[in-house]
Design a protein around this ligand. Structure first.
Ligand SMILES: O=P(O)(O)OC[C@H]1O[C@H](OP(=O)(O)OP(=O)(O)O)[C@H](O)[C@@H]1O
Ligand SMILES: O=c1cc[nH]c(=O)[nH]1
Ligand SMILES: [Mg+2]
Length: 212
């Protein structure tokens, strides 16, 4: 598994405002959206393209377009929905599947409550959206599901990652040959006893959509 922490002053600037507990929900949603677009630029560096020729006003010009089968973007509900628009802005022709997952606050185990994905992902590049990679349980289950359906490579986009979660993912996929990448705005210090990322930004779902 490869991890890329995007090192860019605009990424750091937006992330700092997301961490700030004084940032209200509308601003949090807008900044999360903008930050995902910056992460998406790095995360799609290996997106597959095919060569095409287009008629420019002067001569025919050689170029590329996104290849088929189209990439699949998979936000993990609820908080991952806050990353969807920012991602599809850069990949407008991608298809979108959905995974609903919730982490039990006590055991920290992830449970899947909704799945809306193609049965066959053979040959598909997949981009998973989840703002927080904490213990890694949620993302590990999501990535395994995509690989079991035939995904040829999986890139996860996270606003923040904990070292514990990255270590967990490293050892979770030793049996999987598909390349797996994590692109994040930062790797934070550690997890606290409640499994929250420190310093982190709190509960991403609550900050995007309110406490339910
Ligand atoms: O790495 P993990 O320890 O598994 O934790 C991370 C998960 O926890 C949060 O979701 P949550 O369960 O709060 O659901 P929500 O998105 O509906 O708020 C977050 O959005 C991740 O999906
Ligand atoms: O810090 C954390 C950990 C899990 N989920 C969150 O929303 N935040
Ligand atoms: Mg939550």
């Amino acid at each position: 598994m490869q991890t890329l922490a995007v090192d860019h002053p605009l990424v750091a600037h937006k992330l700092t405002t997301l961490r700030d507990s004084r940032t209200d929900s509308p601003t949090f949603r807008r900044l999360a959206d903008e930050l995902v677009t910056l992460l998406a630029y790095e995360a799609t560096r290996d997106v597959r393209v095919t060569e095409v020729t287009v008629p420019s006003p002067l001569v025919d010009a050689e170029g590329v377009q996104l290849a088929s089968p189209k990439p699949l973007v998979v936000p993990i509900l609820r908080a991952g929905l806050g990353m969807l628009d920012g991602m599809t802005r850069l990949l407008p022709t991608a298809e979108v599947g959905f995974l609903g997952m919730i982490r039990d606050e006590g055991s920290l185990q992830a449970q899947t409550y909704a799945t809306r994905l193609p049965d066959d992902l053979s040959g598909r590049q997949c981009y998973v959206l989840d703002p927080m990679l904490a213990t890694g349980g949620t993302l590990a289950a999501a990535i395994r599901l995509l690989c079991e359906r035939g995904a040829t490579d999986v890139t996860a986009l996270c606003l923040l990652a904990a070292p514990e979660g990255l270590r967990y993912l490293e050892q979770a996929f030793t049996d999987i040959t598909a390349p797996i990448r994590v692109v994040t705005a930062a790797v934070d210090s550690h997890l606290n006893e409640q499994g929250f990322i420190v310093p982190g930004l709190g509960d991403a779902g609550d900050r995007l959509y309110g406490v339910v």
